[in-house]
Write a protein that binds this ligand. Structure first.
Ligand SMILES: *C/C=C(C)/C=C/C=C(C)/C=C/C1=C(C)CCCC1(C)C
Length: 241
């Protein structure tokens, strides 16, 4: 069985960062009694807790497999995809909640996202080098469609929200778009593709920085202002006309 190499240092840092983020979010959410507001904390705490478990698993050698592609043997951390399958829908759920999205938009976002992660996993585990790229392309197509929904219909729905909520949505949406497009780039430059321009050591570091920013950084910005979350959950009848 494959064992983690020198890259495990980044996985340990990832686990530590996710643990710190989780404890911080729990601390911040502790005194929140409004059930609607609690939902933001619950989703965000689940995100970093799941990523913590995934990083701990990878650092200790679970979730790593070998895939033979042509004459090369690639070390593939499949545990990432299990993590992302849970955490990316939750991140989108946070955004949708903030935007006050309708149910169809939420269902579409989550469906496209799950499709993106599963086809990404197929890309990572497929032995045929050409088909790895084909699956990467299919998954990237799903990502583009997802980002199109974020900047399109979700942003339109967020515009109906009170000022500060709309602004926070935009900040988090921009962060999400900027970070998420980098995942397929790291993947194609890294060990997963046959290009292998970036070795596993640096690829693992890059994914760790992206994951911490997209989860702990995202959660920090989201949960920073009690005031905005209060506005986001206020029932329309109570809102000033
Ligand atoms: C906290 C984890 C996050 C925000 C992960 C996001 C992951 C992606 C946007 C992954 C996208 C990929 C593709 C678009 C192509 C195939 C490879 C993936 C799975 C890295």
């Amino acid at each position: 069985m494959a064992q983690p190499g020198a890259e495990s240092i980044w996985l340990w840092i990832g686990a530590l960062g996710m643990a710190i983020g989780t404890l911080y979010f729990i601390g911040r959410g502790w005194s929140v009694s409004d059930v609607e507001q609690q939902l933001f904390y619950i989703a965000t705490i689940f995100i970093t807790t799941t990523a913590f478990a995934s990083y701990l698993a990878m650092a200790t050698g679970f979730g790593l497999t070998e895939v033979v592609v042509g004459d090369r043997t690639l070390d593939i951390y499949w545990a990432r995809y299990a993590d992302w399958l849970v955490t990316t829908p939750l991140l989108l759920f946070d955004l949708a909640l903030l935007a006050g999205a309708d149910r169809n938009t939420i269902a579409t976002l989550v469906g496209v996202d799950v499709f993106m992660i599963v086809t990404g996993l197929v890309a990572a585990l497929t032995p045929d080098p050409a088909f790895r790229i084909v699956w990467w392309g299919i998954s990237s197509g799903a990502l583009l469609f997802l980002l199109y929904i974020l900047v399109g219909s979700l942003t339109m729905q967020a515009r109906e929200r009170p000022g500060d909520v709309g602004n926070l949505f935009q900040t988090l949406r921009n962060l999400t778009v900027a970070l998420w497009v980098l995942y397929p780039v790291v993947w194609i430059l890294g060990t997963e593709s046959t290009l292998q321009l970036v070795p596993l050591y640096w690829e693992t570091a890059a994914f760790m920085v992206l994951d911490l920013s997209a989860k702990v950084g995202f959660g920090f910005l989201l949960l920073r202002s009690r005031n905005v979350l209060e506005q986001a959950t206020r029932r329309p009848a109570e809102a000033p006309a």
